[in-house]
Design a protein around this ligand. Structure first.
Ligand SMILES: NC(=O)c1ccc[n+]([C@@H]2O[C@H](COP(=O)([O-])OP(=O)(O)OC[C@H]3O[C@@H](n4cnc5c(N)ncnc54)[C@H](O)[C@@H]3O)[C@@H](O)[C@H]2O)c1
Ligand SMILES: O=C(O)C(=O)C[C@@H](O)[C@H](O)[C@H](O)COP(=O)(O)O
Ligand SMILES: [Zn+2]
Length: 359
């Protein structure tokens, strides 16, 4: 088992990464909790809920709550239902929530934990590749029809228990989605890692390579979050590719495209803006080929209208005084945040759409 420590202003916590950790949970979870509520989704439930329930200490009463799988559950309605469940179960301040699932469950259950009784402990048990990102760093949230993650808080888990055996049941589309955030972490931090990833065929990854990529991603995320927990400065870099990605997700309807796939498309746009407006020389051709080879849905760009994207970007959390701020790269591993003029964004979006549709 490997472990990474994350330091936060409220407490430090361990990210435990290993095979089969779900079978030994009582080893890692304090026996002082009065009750444990395991929150999961309808797909993950079928795979892993029994294992998790079976390995928790008998000292606490164990309850479960299952939400429908899919991004549309990261909603006010599901949030309210989960709070009702906490009240009905009379969870007290010594109760624990376990978020068992991908980033959707992690963000939703974490937000419930952050607000119920003004905050109770929670543990992230990620089960997707993408959740190497979402389970670390304490951003928890639900979506609003006008924008992604508009309602949320910063609230760190007391532990992250990443049983990487669980990712073996992921469909190919979710491997692709997870690598949208993996390659973001590579772009932010390590040229050699980027070069290796750009040669990778995601359907042929070895288990070792996958584990290595997750570990590296977690380290990049933890080191940035530790230095800037509340996103006053360098944490904005973790939003690389996200300004357009979030606009696309909200515009198409949550769940129509996965978050990681949207980020991968957003990264393509980030490269175009970095190169064509700011004079960088990022390897956009190699990246576009990688996206094609791994079947990322870049044709989604033909379904969006640049003007609508601009309206959506006004709800980006980096937007200030109605000025859109973008995270760009001077070169690989050298991010910066800059205000980009609306006309330039419109022009670059139109050009990219034309390129993708072969015009
Ligand atoms: N808080 C953060 O810092 C942060 C970072 C990145 C992403 N996010 C959020 O994370 C969410 C996306 O997370 P995600 O990609 O994990 O999506 P997800 O949680 O919706 O999971 C994707 C799909 O995989 C299924 N699934 C999960 N684990 C499985 C397993 N082991 N085997 C088989 N199927 C499994 C789920 O049921 C779902 O259908 C978005 O809401 C995004 O905004 C948050
Ligand atoms: O942890 C962060 O900070 C990130 O930006 C990570 C992103 O991958 C993640 O999607 C995050 O939820 C986006 O944050 P938001 O503040 O733009 O909603
Ligand atoms: Zn993200």
């Amino acid at each position: 088992m490997a472990s990474v420590t994350v330091r936060s202003s409220s407490h430090d916590y361990e990210v435990l990464i290993g095979d089969g950790l779900r079978h030994n949970l009582s080893e890692f979870i304090s026996s002082d909790y009065t009750s444990i509520l395991v929150i999961t989704d309808s797909t993950v439930k079928d795979h892993y809920l029994q294992d998790v329930k079976g390995s928790l200490s008998e000292a606490a009463s164990v309850f479960t709550a299952v939400v429908p799988a899919g991004e549309s559950s990261k909603s006010m309605g599901r949030y309210e239902e989960l709070l009702d469940r906490c009240v009905e179960l009379k969870l007290d301040r010594k109760s624990l929530i376990i978020a068992l699932g991908g980033g959707m469950v992690g963000d939703l259950a974490g937000f419930v934990a952050s607000t119920y009784l003004r905050g109770i402990d929670y543990i992230q048990m990620p089960t997707t590749i993408l959740a190497h990102d979402s389970s670390v760093g304490g951003k928890v949230a639900i979506n609003h029809s006008e924008g992604k993650n508009l309602i949320g808080s910063f609230y760190h888990p007391v532990k992250v228990i990443y049983d990487i055996e669980t990712i073996q049941t992921l469909p190919e589309s979710e491997i692709r989605s997870g690598y949208g955030e993996v390659i973001k972490h590579a772009f932010l931090s390590d040229d050699e890692w980027t070069r290796r990833l750009l040669k990778a065929n995601l359907s042929e990854l070895s288990v070792d390579q996958l584990e290595n990529d997750l570990m590296k991603g977690i380290q990049v995320k933890a080191s940035i979050v530790e230095k800037d927990e509340r996103e006053a400065g360098i944490r904005k870099y973790l939003n690389l590719g996200h300004t357009l990605a979030h606009a696309i997700e909200a515009e198409l309807g949550y769940g129509e495209i996965t978050h990681g796939e949207a980020v991968a498309v957003g990264l393509l746009f980030m490269m175009k803006v970095s190169n064509d407006i700011k004079g960088a020389q990022l390897p956009i051709k190699a990246y576009k080929e990688w996206l094609d080879q791994n079947h990322y849905p870049i044709s989604v760009l033909t379904r969006i209208r640049p003007e609508r994207m601009l309206e959506r970007m006004m709800f980006d959390k980096k937007t200030l005084r109605r000025k859109i701020n973008f995270v760009l790269l001077h070169e690989l591993s050298d991010p910066y945040v800059v205000e980009v003029e609306e006309e330039q964004l419109l022009e670059q979006m139109s050009l990219l759409i034309n390129e993708v549709s072969g015009e």
